[in-house]
Each structure stands twice: as C-alpha cells, then as structure tokens.
Design a binder for this molecule. Structure first.
Ligand code: FAD
Ligand code: FES
Length: 343
C-alpha cells in the first residue's frame, strides 16, 4: 500500500511524494529528491523536525533532547523516525529552497589559524579558497568538520557570513577533554587540511518584520555572528534587534569587541551580556537569560526569537515562554546536542 504525502514549507510551496505503508518519511522524501535537512538520522539532533498537520504516523525513537512532550503533543515529528501510515501532510518551518538545492557538499579546505578568544573558546580560521565556487550557506547553518587524524566528525555553526574568497570561521568551545577540543589545543596547525560537509541545518534568519531577539548560550553565539555579519552589511533591518549572550563565567565571554562593533553598524541593535556564576567584581547582568526578558514587552506584541546553544538552555527558554504564557512569538532554535560516534 502506498500513501500520498504533502510536504508544505514556510515559503508557501508544497512538494509531494509517495510513501510505502510504514516507510520512514525521510527515506521517502530523499528518494523523491526532497532533501530535508538532516544530521544524526537517529532521532537526537532534531534537524529533520516538522509538524504533522493531517494523517497517521508513529515514531520509532525520539530523544527527549530533540522533542519535548509538549512538542510531541503539538504533532511535531522527526522525519528520520516517522513511519507514515496514511495519506498525510507535514509542515516544515523553513523554505522549500533548502530542500531542493544539491544538498551538502564535501569540501577540502586549509586551516589558517586558531585564535584563542577566551579561556574556553577558540576561533578556527579556515580557507576554502580552492573550492571552485563561493560556498553557499545561510548564516546560522552549520558544517560537519572531520577532526584531522581521527575518524570523528563534529558539527559547528558558521561564525561568519559567506564571502567570495571562501574564508570561514568557526567558534569552538574547548572542553577539558574532547576529540575536537584536544585537536584544537594540541595538534592544530596552519596549513593542515580540513575536510568538511556543508551546508547543514534549518536554523537561519527569516524575513525580519517583527522585533528580533537572538539568544545565545556559550558558543551558541557562533550562529549569530554569521547573522550579525549579514545585518551589519544591511545596516538597518527596520526592527529592533536584541542579542542576549549568556555564559557561565566572565572568562567564557568572547568576541565582545566584535559585538560592540555591531552596535555601531546595525541600527537599533542592543547586546545584553548575562553571566550565571560571575565573580564578585562583575557589574553586569547575572543569572539566567530568561530572568532578564521583559515579560510585559514580549507579551505586548509579535516578535521573532532565535535561540542557539546547549539543549538545557534552549529548553529553559521554551519553558519560560510557556510558563509565562508569552504567545506572540515565533521561536526558532538550534540545539548543540553532544556528539556521538556516528556524527
Ligand atoms: C548542529 C550543531 C551545531 C553545533 N555548533 C557548535 C558550535 O558552533 N560551536 C561549538 O563549540 N559547538 C558546537 N556544537 C557542539 C559540537 O559539535 C561538539 O559536540 C562539541 O564541540 C564537543 O566536541 P569535542 O569533540 O570537543 O568533545 P566530544 O569528544 O564530543 O566530547 C567529550 C566529552 O565531553 C562531553 N561533552 C560534549 N559536549 C559537551 C558540552 N556541550 N558540555 C559539556 N560536556 C560535553 C561528552 O559527553 C564527552 O564526555 C554543535 C552541535 C550541533 C549538533
Ligand atoms: S536527522 Fe532526524 S533527529 Fe537528527
């Protein structure tokens, strides 16, 4: 038995494909050339998420980091885990163009430098200038980097906007121990070859026609650096833009001068730095980011909020919006779920 499935997208386009009974939605989509963004294929990263608008389905495995019970109750699904059991319609909150492109490419590049920008963070500078065309990606999307000398791959958001010279940056958190962290600290040298796959993910800036809130936890800032690079070129996007950037200690703060420069370049742009465990000398904002949201302002009108960083931080923001009954916002998020060996 086959079912007809419609994929509807944020740009209003709808694509169709046939699905065998109980077939995985993602497999059927890919077979028909509908390239739903994906990463883990294991129900963990939530990159492939959509929402069922009609029809019947079951899901094999959904990690709680990927979709909460509230998400499931709203009909959210992971395409890589969804088995379709009737004619159905699924909505994806990104443009159809993201699925019709050639899909991610493997790119050979050269490492040009590692810059320590805080005690726990480094910027990895990469030159992909040998690639024949400009690399196309949307700021906010990410790449899977092969960790040289290992069989491991790790995901990192682009921390710069696309440019014709294909010079790229990634903002990398240095864990005390970790495959990429150890490489960056001990073995990374200019001139080394770095292979990566990109672009991946569906976290990118939509049309800006409401006040914009960017909420970064730790190196979640990376995705926003690319977006802010883009906004800095536009200068004025016609709406107020507020970046909340939260870290554990002051020593984790990075790229603060770059954020200050955006203040000069982007009209009506504000940065709020929030430190959860500050030293006695820290005079800025303390605690968790939602404690510094203005509930009255957020409740008063429509807004777009983009959240990027560790899963608990993303869940905390979602939880706060739901507990405070703030409903007028569109929420987009990217969770930096921990890597596993298949990633
Ligand atoms: C879509 C996506 C985009 C991402 N973008 C970025 C980015 O721009 N910048 C960035 O720094 N990271 C990003 N990450 C996370 C990144 O892919 C790696 O998981 C992270 O850098 C750790 O890699 P590692 O090889 O150093 O450590 P691993 O070898 O993966 O882990 C070593 C140990 O540390 C633990 N661990 C892993 N991650 C964390 C964590 N966050 N906090 C505490 N313990 C942890 C592991 O459980 C393990 O025990 C992203 C992840 C995803 C899924
Ligand atoms: S690709 Fe489906 S959850 Fe990761």
């Amino acid at each position: 038995m086959t079912h007809k499935v419609a994929f509807s997208f944020a740009d209003g386009k709808t694509l169709f494909c046939s699905v065998q009974d109980n077939e995985i939605l993602l497999d059927a989509a890919l077979r028909s050339g509908i390239k739903i963004p994906l990463d883990c294929r294991e129900g963990v990263c939530a990159t492939c998420q959509g929402r069922c608008e009609s029809g019947q389905y079951t899901q094999d495995y959904v990690d709680e980091e990927a979709l909460s019970l509230a998400d499931l109750a709203q009909g959210k699904v992971l395409s890589c885990q969804t088995r379709v059991q009737s004619n159905a319609t699924f909505y994806f909150d990104f443009d159809s163009t993201l699925c019709s492109a050639e899909g991610p490419r493997r790119v050979q590049s050269l490492i040009t430098g590692v810059e320590l920008v805080s005690e726990t963070t480094a910027v990895l500078h990469v030159d992909a200038g040998q690639h024949p065309q400009q690399l196309d990606y949307l700021p906010g999307q990410y790449a899977r980097l092969h960790v040289p000398g290992t069989d491991e791959w790790r995901s990192y958001s682009f921390a710069s906007r696309p440019s014709p010279d294909n010079k790229l940056q990634f903002l990398v958190r240095l864990l005390p121990q970790g495959v990429m962290s150890d490489f960056m600290r001990d073995r990374c040298r200019p001139g080394q070859v770095l292979e990566f796959e990109a672009p991946l993910g569906s976290f990118y800036l939509r049309q800006i026609n409401r006040p914009l809130y960017l909420v970064a936890g730790g190196t979640g800032l990376s995705a926003f650096l690319g977006m802010l690079d883009e906004l800095a070129i536009r200068g004025n996007c016609g709406q107020p833009v507020t970046l909340f950037y939260g870290v554990t200690q002051e020593a984790d703060l990075c790229e603060v001068e770059r954020l200050q420069r955006y203040r000069e370049q982007i009209t009506d742009f504000d940065v709020q730095l929030v430190v959860s465990r500050p030293s006695a000398t820290w005079s800025g904002k303390r605690g968790w980011i939602p404690e510094h949201f203005d509930r009255d302002v957020l409740s008063a009108g429509a807004f777009d909020m983009y959240v990027c960083g560790p899963p608990p931080m993303v869940e905390a923001i979602k939880g706060w919006l739901s507990e405070e009954n703030v409903q007028g916002g569109n929420l987009y998020y990217e969770k930096f779920v921990e890597s596993n060996s298949s990633r």
